[in-house]
Design a protein around this ligand. Structure first.
Ligand SMILES: Cc1cc2nc3c(=O)[nH]c(=O)nc-3n(C[C@H](O)[C@H](O)[C@H](O)COP(=O)(O)OP(=O)(O)OC[C@H]3O[C@@H](n4cnc5c(N)ncnc54)[C@H](O)[C@@H]3O)c2cc1C
Length: 415
């Protein structure tokens, strides 16, 4: 594993820096670091999406969008390492990638593997430019960790399928033009074998999108109701009843994208710990505070190097290892611990959250985000199961769902 830039990578980094210095929307983002804790600079979601789209289009026009994608799909055909170098340099504008994370990070690689060439030519360049956003309709009220248990039904009709059911936690469905959904096409076989992946326009007749308001007051995700929604055969991805392998491709890309995120708030917690109080005492002068900071710094470094190792392996043609699950588990928990400690250090300031108190706002936001991050893309417990079974080789969980899906119990038997 190489931890330092080669001369070519250093030159690439310099070019990326020059491009960002010259073209990034510095004027709209006066305080780039505050952007990380979105909400204040972008009280209005439409402004956030418009600015994100503008930045995406600028990147695309100058050859800096979707760097690892093939050129014919709207990318640049570069290596994962070059992609990471660009992401590191673009860090101050990371929130502007938010609206496109699912489309570019999880959906596009799935389309590249399973859509027809004509569909790839139609959809991928538009995703790369940020013109269209897609959403991922996998989870349902009764199927999250146990994703293969989805119950949204697809019935055969002339020329396609009609869908009936409900999805939930669908990020960005309220501004997505297209959606990809995992649905059940056969209930008489084992649950993984009766699933099909389809995609549809989000304004198709029969689709109702209802935003879910979060504790933070924002509405990031939605319930999506599918009531006799028609999907033509051409919009089935990977074949009828082959949806599970399509879903695994999406999920692997999701875990890699999310797993590569390191704990948030490291810089901010160091900054806060160095601020003197009214008596001139600084938290960092206490040994117990220094111990905590050292622990988070160590975790941060461990995750970064884990990601570096994963990318080096991918660049050499290997498949990603368990680093993504480790990074996700450790990073999401550390984010929440750091945020809780920041709120403790702030004391009454955290409670008052006065207007303009960026630190109070940032640690509150991070605390809520940490909770979401521990659930999205696989919960802590699921990550632990993955690591226990696939890395440590411990015995798999007992399963009561090995027969036909129709016979899988949906509630405990009555006493
Ligand atoms: C910010 C955010 C964005 C999201 N965006 C999307 C999206 O765009 N599209 C989409 O389809 N979904 C999305 N989700 C949903 C997400 O994938 C699910 O929330 C997640 O997979 C967990 O499923 P669940 O909420 O149904 O919880 P459940 O699976 O019901 O889990 C409930 C609890 O039981 C535990 N548990 C479950 N199974 C086991 C087990 N076998 N062993 C031990 N413990 C277990 C879990 O860890 C959890 O603590 C999003 C979620 C979040 C938080």
């Amino acid at each position: 594993m190489n931890l330092h830039d080669t001369p070519e990578q250093a030159a690439f980094r310099e070019r990326a820096r020059d491009f960002i210095r010259e073209h990034a929307p510095w004027d709209q983002v006066q305080q780039a670091r505050r952007l990380r804790f979105a909400g204040k600079p972008f009280a209005d979601e439409a402004d956030w999406i418009a600015l994100s789209r503008r930045w995406q289009q600028i990147k695309h026009a100058h050859g800096w969008a979707c760097l690892v994608w093939p050129r014919e799909c709207g990318g640049q055909g570069l290596s994962p390492i070059e992609n990471v170098i660009f992401q590191q340099e673009e860090q101050d504008f990371v929130e502007l990638n938010g609206p496109f994370m699912i489309s570019q990070g999880f959906i596009a690689p799935t389309l590249m593997s399973f859509a027809s060439e004509a569909q790839q030519r139609e959809f991928l360049p538009a995703i790369a430019r940020g013109d269209t956003v897609w959403c991922q309709m996998f989870s349902e009220p009764g199927a999250g960790s146990d994703l293969a248990g989805v119950r949204t039904r697809a019935e055969r009709v002339a020329g396609g399928w009609t869908l009936k059911g409900q999805k939930v936690w669908t990020s960005g469905a309220h501004y997505a033009a297209w959606g990809m959904a995992l649905v059940r096409t056969d209930a008489d076989v084992v649950k993984h074998k009766g699933l099909t992946m389809v995609f549809m326009k989000m304004d198709s007749p029969g689709i109702t999108v209802r935003p879910i308001e979060e504790l933070s007051g924002h509405a990031h995700f939605n319930e999506v109701f599918l009531d006799e929604v028609f999907v033509p055969d051409a919009q089935v991805l990977g074949g009828v009843n082959q949806g599970w392998s399509v879903a695994l491709t999406t999920l692997m890309n999701e875990r890699m994208t999310i797993g590569a995120s390191t704990p948030m708030g490291i810089e901010e917690i160091f900054e806060l710990a160095m601020q003197p109080d009214a008596d001139g005492r600084r938290p960092i002068d206490s040994e117990s505070v220094r111990m905590k900071l050292a622990e988070w710094h160590t975790k941060d470094c461990g995750i970064r190097y884990g990601v570096q190792r994963m990318l080096t392996a991918i660049a050499a043609g290997a498949s990603p290892g368990p680093e993504a699950s480790v990074g996700k588990l450790v990073g999401a928990n550390a984010t929440q611990e750091i945020a809780a400690f920041g709120l403790d250090l702030l004391g009454n300031r955290a409670l008052a959250q006065a207007d303009g108190d960026d630190a109070a706002y940032c640690f509150h936001w991070m605390f809520h985000f940490g909770a979401l991050h521990r659930v999205e893309g696989g919960t802590d417990e699921i990550m632990r199961n993955v690591l226990a079974e696939r890395v440590l080789g411990l015995p798999a969980e007992h399963r009561a769902d090995k027969g036909p899906f129709r016979d899988v119990p949906t509630a405990p038997p009555a006493a």
